[in-house]
Design a protein around this ligand. Structure first.
Ligand SMILES: Cc1cc2nc3c(=O)[nH]c(=O)nc-3n(C[C@H](O)[C@H](O)[C@H](O)COP(=O)(O)OP(=O)(O)OC[C@H]3O[C@@H](n4cnc5c(N)ncnc54)[C@H](O)[C@@H]3O)c2cc1C
Ligand code: FES
Length: 283
């Protein structure tokens, strides 16, 4: 668990007052620079930022809290999973869907814009070290935190990905996964049948679990989907982690706006998660 130490000093805006602790690899404020930002599909975009500290310290499943330049006075920081981090080049990539004011504004930032980030934040994925067969399940943009997880397995682990979207035009980000996952292990589903299997991700997950056992399941996407995947994992006695994208305000464990009910009591998705053991979540 990353535990950000926070101190406050007098300043105008609440979020200008943030000073984070200096625990090695823990969350820090860093000014990222936009290197590339553009749409990949109608409402789905990718932004590449120079942010060396975050790039070097992010673990799969962690996120950044981003303050939108020009909107500081209007909206809170926005959380985004780190889709990819390149420690050598000091760059990170985020995949995002334009759903409101913040993400619409994000999509307009030109190259060279300075963006105030805090990261890396949160508890990332913790797959068992000796996992021989793993299943990643991403619904929509829920695939974002799964890409860097896929990169961590060696060739000794058979990695499967079930990736679902409403329709083919929203399946933009499956191709990069083929770097780490062989074609027969990529399982695409669409709600309207315009690509892959015509079903929800959970049907594909159910079928795969009936054919053979997995040592680990990781899932991110709409919460009802994650809940169903968690139930299937429990049925098949498989260790499963979920990444819960709760609404967040402070992102540092102070405001309790992101609490998740678990078997160990209320936990904060921002610092105790966003990745949780699925069997500990009380849905
Ligand atoms: C840990 C974490 C990681 C995330 N990673 C990504 C990512 O990689 N890519 C991505 O596109 N989005 C991600 N999100 C969601 C993202 O933070 C929101 O979509 C974003 O904050 C919306 O901001 P906005 O100002 O555009 O929308 P708003 O105007 O704030 O809201 C517009 C609509 O989006 C909904 N919404 C806003 N925030 C969330 C949320 N956290 N969960 C579900 N619905 C929400 C609102 O209910 C509303 O209907 C993540 C969220 C969390 C908590
Ligand atoms: S967002 Fe404030 S405690 Fe999690």
């Amino acid at each position: 668990m990353v535990n950000a130490e926070v101190t406050y000093r007098a300043c105008d805006s609440e979020y200008n007052r943030l000073e984070l602790g200096s625990d090695a690899g823990g969350p820090k404020q860093e000014i990222g620079i936009v290197i590339d930002n553009g749409f990949m599909a109608q409402t789905i975009a990718k932004i590449r930022l120079s942010a060396p500290y975050i790039a070097q310290n992010t673990r799969p499943g962690q996120f950044v809290h981003l303050r939108l330049p020009g909107l500081e006075a209007h909206i809170l920081r926005r959380p985004f999973s780190v889709y990819a981090a390149d420690a050598r080049n000091g760059e990170i990539q985020l995949l995002y869907q334009t759903v409101g004011l913040g993400t619409e504004h994000l999509s307009t930032l030109p190259n060279g814009t300075h963006v105030d980030l805090i990261g890396p934040i949160g508890r990332g994925w913790q797959p068992p070290r000796d996992a021989k067969r793993v299943l990643l399940v991403g619904g929509g943009l829920g695939v974002a935190p799964l890409y860097s997880l896929a990169s961590t397995f060696t060739t000794e682990t058979e990695v499967h990905l079930v990736m679902g979207a409403q329709s083919a035009d929203r399946l933009i980000c499956w191709k990069p996964f083929s770097t780490y996952i062989t074609e027969p292990c990529l399982h695409i589903t669409t709600d309207d049948g315009s690509a892959g299997q015509h079903c929800f991700t959970t049907k594909a997950v159910k079928d795969l679990l009936e054919i053979g056992a997995f040592d680990y399941i990781a899932t991110c996407g709409p919460e009802p989907m994650q809940k169903s995947v968690a139930a299937l994992a429990a049925e098949h006695q498989t260790f499963c982690e979920v990444s819960l994208e709760r609404r967040m305000a402070c992102g540092i464990g102070a405001c309790l706006s992101c609490v998740v009910n678990t078997t160990s009591g209320l936990q904060r998705a921002c610092v105790d998660g966003p990745v949780f053991n699925a069997q500990e979540v009380i849905w």
